[in-house]
Write a protein that binds this ligand. Structure first.
Ligand code: AMP
Length: 213
């Protein structure tokens, strides 16, 4: 399947994408994960993205399109892809449309995961992430077995720099201003699937029903 996952930070895009990859081998492409890995590795890309990320602002469209063009040309994308956290601005959506036309690839849908703001705020302030493997925990609903240590790889489990209350509030504002307009963009393209994503299971069911898989 070839899907875009839209939704505010904390709406569950990553969790839904992971569940969908298990269905048909489509790859999850998270621009946030790619950027965090670059920051951790101290690459040129990481250095250029770090300040904006820490402040909860968006990284420049040019930088993101460079990453995505290279990524979408990789052979593993032939079996399908789930775009998680991209596109995030209208210029990115326009550039993606043009890129996919050049690659001769058609999207199945742009899925919008709707989740109330208070649920998102609660989820993000209690979310914790493994710095080594990226595994996601939640101090209320899914804490690691040993506090601060990843169950899967033994790495350190921490609160992301951009998941302080201040940065989260900034990210949600940026989402409303820059990314929410993409819902209308994809509706006009005839690609929108709007879901009340009360849980990732509900979202996955709705996507499967829509695609008939
Ligand atoms: P995420 O994990 O998707 O919430 O992304 C974390 C941060 O990475 C965002 O707050 C942005 O600073 C940056 N980022 C990720 N994807 C994009 C994108 N498509 N465009 C611009 N910035 C992005």
């Amino acid at each position: 399947m070839r899907l875009i996952l839209l939704g505010a930070p904390g709406a569950g895009k990553g969790t839904v994408a992971k569940q969908l990859t298990a269905i048909d081998g489509s790859v999850q492409i998270s621009t946030g994960d790619i950027l965090r890995a670059a920051v951790k590795a101290g690459t040129e890309l990481g250095r250029r993205a770090e300040a904006a990320m820490k402040a909860g602002e968006l990284v420049s469209d040019d930088l993101i399109m460079g990453i995505m063009e290279a990524r979408l040309r990789e052979p593993d994308c032939q079996s399908g892809f789930l775009l998680d956290g991209f596109p995030r601005t209208l210029p990115q959506a326009e550039a993606l449309k043009e890129l996919l036309a050049r690659l001769g690839v058609q999207l199945d849908a742009a899925v919008n995961l709707n989740v109330p703001r208070e649920v998102i705020l609660d989820r993000l302030t209690t979310r914790r992430t493994c710095v080594d493997c990226g595994a996601i925990y939640n101090i209320k609903s899914k804490p690691p077995k040993v506090e601060g240590i990843c169950d899967q790889c033994g790495g350190k489990v921490v609160q992301r720099d951009d998941e302080t209350e201040e940065a989260i509030s900034k990210r949600l504002d940026v989402y409303q201003e820059k990314t929410a307009p993409l819902v209308d963009f994809y509706r006009a393209e005839g690609l929108l699937l709007d879901i009340q994503a009360t849980s990732s299971e509900v979202a996955v069911q709705a996507i499967r029903a829509h695609l008939g898989i």
